[in-house]
Design a binder for this molecule. Structure first.
Ligand SMILES: Cc1cc2nc3c(=O)[nH]c(=O)nc-3n(C[C@H](O)[C@H](O)[C@H](O)COP(=O)(O)OP(=O)(O)OC[C@H]3O[C@@H](n4cnc5c(N)ncnc54)[C@H](O)[C@@H]3O)c2cc1C
Length: 390
């Protein structure tokens, strides 16, 4: 058994680390200042400029196939990179990416939606959640009715990331209510904002925020169906599947950085004439955090490895998402505690992480949904205890 990174993995990881340290972290003070003034940490042009600089470093389209100019990296490598990005709270991600399901587009749709998204000229959002359908995503009601060469969409989506900025939405709508979404009754549509949907910003405890999308008789040409009629729910689950290892990989990076801050603070902050690090209470918080961080790291890398092996990654990635999201919440909470009153202030980014990571237990499948999947797999015998080693 070999737990080491390959030379190539280490080299790429170290290059990303250098980029984040040199180009991204110096922006942190300004990002905090802007967010405190209720402005976006980075605007669209600044993000693009950083992405183009990263492109010069060789980082463009981590998951994008080479024929579209991307790197097409294995999932383990992507996981390692998302961990490096997690080490800074600057809302940066590499450019050259597109929603995984956009690669199911027709050649014409690729020209109109996929390529401009990869190039950063258009912004997409993915919309399945509705006011009455979150965890129970198959209960969606937004209706698409055929009318000649068009479909007419009526209904509402909610909590849609990028919903306020997106130029187009990938919308999962009910095309056959008799069948139900899971059995071919839902279809994915590519819907330009110019076709008439509206967005309304939703305030959350995090920075930025998702949006509600309102569809009131929005006409969409038949040629804008993504994939096949009836394939919408399957595509939706494929979209969500990607986040099941990238989100917890990001969480590992956040926890690493925050824990290092706690260690540095514990060694320098003195109470009663000695550094607080000399207290067992503080040592145990550090020890528990490092242990959980390390456990999460391997669980998540294993789930990414499962993707690379062509095995069904769902069970492993549910465990990684569940444990990684919980781990980062516990670690950031302890880091805040170790910083005392300073941890609670907006002088430091800790309270920002505290608010940010709470989301990780909710979106792209709540903790409870991950537990449902893990236990169902075992109870129904879909998987064995011990995973691929069983
Ligand atoms: C900031 C943010 C960004 C998001 N981005 C997107 C996006 O881009 N696109 C998109 O489509 N959606 C997005 N979502 C939606 C997100 O995926 C849902 O919020 C999430 O799936 C939970 O659904 P819900 O909010 O309706 O909660 P509910 O489904 O109502 O669940 C409420 C609570 O009940 C629990 N629960 C529900 N059913 C069960 C059960 N059977 N057993 C045990 N417990 C259960 C849940 O775990 C949760 O704790 C986003 C959400 C947020 C907050």
């Amino acid at each position: 058994m070999d737990f080491a990174l390959s030379d190539e993995e280490r080299a790429i990881r170290d290059t990303v680390r250098a980029f984040v340290t040199r180009e991204v972290m110096p922006l942190e003070a300004e990002v905090l200042r802007r967010e405190r003034a209720h402005r976006p940490g980075l605007d669209r042009s600044e993000l693009r400029e950083l992405q183009l600089r990263a492109k010069k470093f060789g980082f463009w389209g981590l998951a994008t196939p080479e024929e579209y100019g991307g790197m097409d990296l294995p999932a383990v490598m992507q996981s390692l990179i998302w961990t490096e990005l997690g080490r800074s709270f600057v809302p940066f991600r590499f450019g050259g990416e597109a929603d995984n399901i956009l690669f199911h587009a027709t050649e014409e749709q690729k020209r109109e939606f996929l390529i401009p998204t990869i190039e950063g000229e258009r912004i997409s959002c993915f919309a399945i959640t509705e006011p009455g359908a979150g965890s129970d995503a198959a209960n969606i009601k937004l209706r698409a009715r055929r009318d000649g060469d068009d479909w007419v969409l009526d209904g509402e989506k909610t909590f849609i990331t990028n919903g306020n900025d997106a130029d187009f939405a990938i919308v999962v709508a009910v095309t056959d209510p008799e069948k139900g979404a899971r059995r071919g009754g839902a279809t994915a549509f590519l819907v330009d904002r110019a076709m008439g949907w509206r967005s309304e910003f939703i305030q959350t405890m995090g920075e930025g925020g998702p949006a509600s999308l309102i569809f009131d008789g929005v006409r969409v040409p038949h040629r804008n169906i993504l994939g096949e009629i009836g394939q919408g729910f399957t595509l939706g689950m494929e979209w969500i599947g990607k986040g099941r290892y990238t989100i917890p990989s990001h969480a590992v990076g956040i926890a690493e950085r925050a824990l290092q801050m706690a260690i540095d603070h514990a060694n320098t902050r003195e109470t009663f004439g000695a550094p607080i690090a000399t207290n067992q209470a503080i040592q145990w918080m550090i020890a528990d955090s490092e242990t959980e961080l390390e456990a999460a790291r391997w669980l998540i890398l294993r789930s990414a490895w499962t993707v690379d092996q062509g095995l069904d990654p769902r069970h492993a990635s549910s465990m990684g998402k569940l444990y990684g999201a919980g781990m980062v919440n516990r670690v950031v909470d302890r880091v805040l505690q170790i910083h005392g009153g300073m941890g609670y202030t907006r002088e430091l980014p800790i309270e920002r992480w505290y608010r940010q990571v709470r989301l990780y237990r909710i979106f792209e499948g709540t903790d409870e949904m991950q537990r449902l999947i893990i236990s169902r797999d075992l109870l129904r015998g879909y998987t064995k205890i011990g995973g691929h080693l069983a």
